[in-house]
Design a protein around this ligand. Structure first.
Ligand code: FAD
Length: 485
């Protein structure tokens, strides 16, 4: 034990178990303080009603209570983190600050600023891998280069996991908890109102929060895991895990998730679902690796040739974009998906692909506008995965959908919501339509629609674009990138 006092700065790792920074700080220090900063540099850019802030607020309260049980507690500040961390380190007189790695370019720059300020004090800075099983350059091709295609990356990732099973071993906290220091001063945490936010949106959604919420969701999902492969593509079904929000804020340990699923696979009880779900967690690591090695993807195409594409602009494009955002395109699956996003902050993966493809390839609108809308509205917004998903749909990303493969929103609807159950959930005005009619109401004879109490343009929009014509326009638009990209 080399250090006297240390400070652990928790960010997107809001848990008190299996936690790299807490584990290493406790191992190496006599006394450990913990801090969470509501970072003004981020919060000031958000709308005053933000489900993510509500979620974090609930998670911080649970984390503080859990740390207090263990003999510690959270110091909570509302400040510019890059300034507040060195200040707090000086106030407490700590020898070192511990944190877990954050791979987003802005976070890397912020952490570098903090590390420089600490070095001048002097105070040490340690940062650990925690958010991912393998990060940065841990999984490389045979020629020691970062991968840009997912499938060989996945194979190399799985091979590495088999070779180094210890990389998912838990990093315990509780056995060393006697070294936690309780924070001095009042125990009261800031309210949402004190942080400048309206305590709205999250409460009505009953989203499970904190470590306890994450554990409950994972337990619930394990009972459905075997069916994941067959259920995951159908938005009306409870197919996926709904864990993305918890992975984003670290209320669970990804090591634990991977270890649990691999154990089920090895025991032959994970069914078809377990390896497919593991492959999704590997997509998350793949996109994090891409962002780390290619930070230019923030704002630009992974494949630069795609930056030459001319997107629609002007009042018509703005009106189309607004219709997409508000779920008024006249394509029921797209509109129901956008309603799901707007009402809950979640959107099913299949629908993220469908709506992204529709914006880019049916409306000809720049993928960056859609990416920004998702970034604002998704509870689970993650820069790497969101950018990866959008560039996949735009065909500009690594291992993306080829530009000439253009989802037909009606066919997608007939295939993945055949009975219209998902559509009816979000567009009750279309309830009366038959299963065969609900995917493309404009094809239903007007008289029949009227009999069912629906008038297009009054109860539900006419389609804002004709898919076949849009498809041709997209092929022409993408002609600038034809070639070996
Ligand atoms: P599950 O199906 O249970 O998957 C388990 C976990 O694997 C997810 O929680 C997630 O961490 C990871 N995962 C699954 N699919 C992907 C994927 N395609 N790429 C990367 N990781 C994946 N995911 C985000 O976490 N944040 C985002 O901001 C985000 N934006 C997206 C935007 C677009 C246009 C697209 C096509 C996909 C996006 N995804 C994003 C990926 C995926 O849609 C979500 O991770 C998934 O829908 C979350 O639901 P779940 O937790 O129930 O997923």
């Amino acid at each position: 034990m080399a250090l006297n006092k240390s400070l652990v700065w928790l960010r997107r790792d809001l848990r008190a178990f299996d936690h790299a920074a807490l584990h290493h700080a406790l191992q190496q220090s006599k006394t450990v303080y913990c801090v969470f900063i509501y970072d003004r540099a981020i919060l000031d850019s958000l709308p005053r009603q933000d489900r993510r802030v509500g979620f974090i607020h609930a998670c911080v309260a649970e984390l503080d209570a859990e740390l207090r049980q263990l003999g510690g507690g959270l110091i909570v500040r509302h400040a510019d983190a890059a300034v507040a961390i060195p200040q707090l380190a000086a106030e407490l007189g700590v020898d070192a600050v511990f944190a877990n790695d954050d791979y987003e370019p802005q976070a890397i720059a912020r952490d570098a600023r903090v590390a420089r300020a600490l070095a001048a004090q002097p105070c040490l800075w340690f940062s650990f891998k925690d958010q991912l099983v393998f990060d940065k350059s841990e999984v490389l091709s045979l020629s020691d280069k970062p991968f840009s295609v997912y499938t060989p990356y996945k194979h190399a990732w799985l091979k590495k996991l088999r070779a180094q099973p210890a990389c998912t071993a838990p990093l315990p906290v509780a056995p060393l908890a006697a070294r936690f220091a309780a924070p001095a001063g009042p125990a009261a945490l800031p309210t949402l109102a004190e942080l400048g936010f309206e305590p709205d949106a999250l409460a009505s959604l009953a989203i499970p929060t904190g470590m306890s919420g994450a554990a409950k969701l994972f337990e619930d999902f394990l009972a459905r895991l075997a069916n994941y492969a067959s259920a995951r593509d159908f938005p009306a079904l409870k197919g996926p895990s709904y864990l993305s929000l918890h992975l984003r804020f670290g209320t669970l340990s990804v090591r634990h998730l991977v270890r649990s699923v691999v154990e089920l696979i090895d025991r032959g009880v994970g069914g078809e679902g377990a390896p497919v779900w593991l492959a999704e967690l590997i997509w998350r690591e793949f996109y994090a690796m891409i962002l780390f090695h290619h930070p230019h993807v923030v704002g630009a195409a992974f494949k630069p040739a795609y930056d030459a594409i001319e997107w629609e602009s002007g009042p018509r494009a703005d009106a189309d974009f607004a219709a997409w955002c508000e779920g008024r395109t006249g394509y029921p699956l797209v509109d129901a998906a956008m309603a799901q996003l707007n009402q809950s902050g979640y959107m099913h993966n299949r629908l993220r692909m469908v709506t992204a493809c529709f914006l880019i390839k049916d409306l000809g609108i720049d993928w960056r506008r859609g990416e920004a809308y998702f970034a604002l509205h998704l509870n689970d917004f993650d820069l790497a995965s969101n950018n990866g998903g959008w560039q996949w749909a735009a065909s500009s990303g690594c291992d993306a959908q080829p530009y000439f493969r253009i989802f037909n929103p009606v066919t997608q609807s007939e295939k993945f919501d055949a009975s219209g159950r998902f559509i009816r959930r979000y567009l009750p005005q279309l309830k009366a339509l038959d299963d065969s009619e609900i995917h493309a109401p404009w094809l239903v004879p007007r008289m029949l629609l009227e009999q069912k109490g629906i008038r297009l343009g009054r109860d539900y929009p006419e389609p804002i674009v004709q898919h076949d014509a849009a498809r041709q326009r997209t092929l022409a638009r993408y002609a600038v990138v034809k070639g070996p990209h």
